[in-house]
Design a binder for this molecule. Sequence first.
Ligand code: GSH
Length: 304
Amino acid sequence: MPDLILHHYDLSPFCEKVRLAFGHKGLDWRGVDIPIWPPRPDFSPLTAGYRRAPALQVGADVYCDTLLILREIERRFPEPTLYPGGQVGLASALSWYADTTLFIPAAKVVTSIIGDHLPEQFVQDRIDFMKEDFSGSASQKALPQNRQRVRAQLTILADMLRDGRPFLLGDALSAADLSAYHVPWFVRKNGGEAAEGLLPMRPLLPWMERVAAVGHGRKEVMSPEEALEVARAAEPARVGAFEDAASGLKGGDAVSILSDAANDPITGTLAYADETEIVIRNEHPRTGVVHTHFPRFGYSVVAA
Ligand SMILES: N[C@@H](CCC(=O)N[C@@H](CS)C(=O)NCC(=O)O)C(=O)O
């Protein structure tokens, strides 16, 4: 079985989601630390230009976006499941909701407290990339609105747990818990008591402890150079025949991937597409041929 290699950074909530998925399944994995802001010269050859963290590498296949990463981990290691009762649709929809509604306003509640201590390059990078200003002054100005947004979302989460169920979908942990958890985790870790005091976190704490208890599995640190060498020594997994009626494109077409959430310039040759993923092929001197996989949820493929 080839190594699971996670390209990640400690501070990132979306990376925490995947680390916990490894923990839930008791997996061994390799962790490659990536810088918190670009340039990321050892990361971009693997991801076709996608710049977000994390990405999961298995040989010469690289999976982007945690929605797809969790499904891929589940496909390779089905037990214990991340989708109890086969509820992939419900867990994915709930994950999407939590990922997209909580992250930015909650991060800004935190930066209203710690924003003055952030490196200027980080703040400028996120303004350029996301059009979001995480500086202390901008975050403090926006605090009344962001605090209300996050309070409303955390109250919905607490409502889901109000009948005493241990996890969001019932008795067993699911991908939805990991998606709803990673932002409150980030708030506690970086905003501490000051942030907790601004938000209704208390009813969520027992659930947060249950989620945290799954741990991170067993990590070994890997250097970026080693990870690139793993890709170079491997061939991407073979992909099947396909017709992509949704985009009207076919294998071998030069394509771009458009993300609903950001404007990363992602390009390559279409290698495969189905209802759940889009795969593009690229070749780079440091990696050889790599297949980079994106979820269909939130991403579209168009002719380059
Ligand atoms: N939808 C993506 C979102 C990932 C995301 O936004 N990650 C943040 C880090 S927590 C990021 O990449 N920020 C910009 C960067 O690090 O370049 C996923 O689920 O993986």
